[in-house]
Ligand binder design. Structure first.
Ligand SMILES: Nc1ncnc2c1ncn2[C@@H]1O[C@H](COP(=O)(O)OP(=O)(O)OP(=O)(O)O)[C@@H](O)[C@H]1O
Ligand SMILES: [Mg+2]
Length: 349
């Protein structure tokens, strides 16, 4: 298998500190969109900076396409790595117009460069803006110039560090899908950093979850959401209910009665139950509960339920029935639950 990028046992330790990046191994396939997701200070930016060549790894190896660009004895500087970078603050040159910004990294003959800039202006939908200055553009337009500039020299891999976080919510969704469509069209291999889990789940082919410098799980958005490697990942990505239970093989006894498990397990466990895995209704099947609060979102409702013993559960349900505060309902588990050992750092086997 040929990869666009391979990082092996990548570690970066700044002076005297615990490692900012700790033994990270990653593989990125051609045209893949990989997201590094994790809490603030976890080492995401440091990982990108190592891949781009702005930092030297303390140990480990980086290979881009077929070339080793960093290991114990070799170090290729950023400008020779064929890596494009898009930053949170766009980092456009303020005194150069849009076309000049896009042409910045081009090394070819003048007419070739002009043709390339035209292509990129069309690609990012900014042809009429070629001679505007950066301060005459909206945030979303500036971000598209930054993207065009990074793509202009045809990098083997594009690195994007929180590229949407300076945009307000409405624009953000628009720029996000624009950028995704441009990367799909150009079949660009990209590594994208965010601490926004919705952004990661919706955009990525694969997500690499990083906590405290360590890679905790790499998987598709679907697998990360439905089979989080541990309780920490389950809590970080999406909403989760946790219930203590006593497991015996493929079932467990819990406050929701006897429930099915996804994996065989025995003894004390905590069940992880996504809000949409719970079914709520007014018939007499299931565990009695009271609706404590309701949020209506048009295409679904989010309910806070309390069981008789005070246990609280969050449920996402459809809008075919309208629930109200104080409703007496019944709740059942519609899907098998994931069971983790009670210690919160348990890893799913
Ligand atoms: N140049 C530096 N010198 C010393 N320590 C640094 C340096 N850059 C980052 N660090 C430390 O390394 C750790 C990881 O930082 P990094 O910027 O990679 O996190 P991040 O995941 O990108 O966080 P955020 O989501 O807030 O951007 C942090 O503890 C940070 O303080
Ligand atoms: Mg960062």
């Amino acid at each position: 298998m040929e990869y666009s990028l391979q990082a092996d046992h990548l570690t970066k330790r700044y002076n005297g500190q615990s490692p900012a990046v700790n033994d990270i191994t990653l593989r990125v396939r051609p045209s893949e969109f990989l997201t590094l997701l994790g809490p603030s200070g976890g080492g995401k930016t440091t990982t990108l900076r190592l891949l781009a060549g702005f930092e030297r790894p303390t140990s480990g190896r980086i290979q881009i396409s077929n070339r080793i660009v960093a290991d114990d004895s070799r170090f290729t500087p950023p400008e020779k790595r064929k890596v494009g970078m898009v930053f949170q603050d766009y980092a456009l040159f303020p005194h150069v117009d849009v076309a000049g910004n896009i042409a910045f990294g081009l090394r070819g003959a003048r007419t070739d460069n002009e043709r390339r800039v035209k292509q990129l202006l069309a690609l990012v939908g900014l042809t009429p803006f070629a001679s505007r200055m950066p301060h005459e553009l909206s945030g979303g337009q500036q971000q598209r110039v930054a993207l065009a500039r990074a793509l202009a020299p045809e990098p083997d891999i594009l690195l994007l560090d929180e590229p949407f976080s300076n945009l307000d919510t409405g624009l953000r969704a628009q720029v996000r899908s624009d950028v995704r469509n441009i990367l799909l069209k150009t079949e660009t291999t990209a590594i994208f950093v965010t601490h926004d889990q919705q952004e990661a789940l919706s955009l990525s082919d694969e997500i690499a979850v990083i906590f405290e410098g360590r890679l905790v799980q790499v998987a598709t958005p679907h697998a990360i959401y439905n089979r989080p490697a541990n309780v920490q990942v389950a809590r970080f990505i999406g909403e989760a209910n946790f219930l203590p239970a006593e497991a015996h093989g493929m079932t467990a006894s819990s406050r929701l009665g006897e429930v099915k498990l996804f994996h065989p397990k025995s003894g004390q466990v905590q069940l992880m139950i996504r809000p949409e895995a719970l079914a709520v209704g007014f018939d007499d099947r299931g565990t009695p509960a009271v609706v404590r609060w309701r949020e209506f979102y048009g295409h679904y409702q989010r309910l806070g339920l309390a069981l008789a013993d005070g246990t609280e559960l969050v449920v996402h349900t459809g809008v075919d029935r309208y629930f109200q505060r104080g409703n007496e309902v019944r709740v059942t588990l519609a899907l098998p639950a994931l069971a983790y050992d009670p210690a919160s750092d348990d890893t799913l086997s």
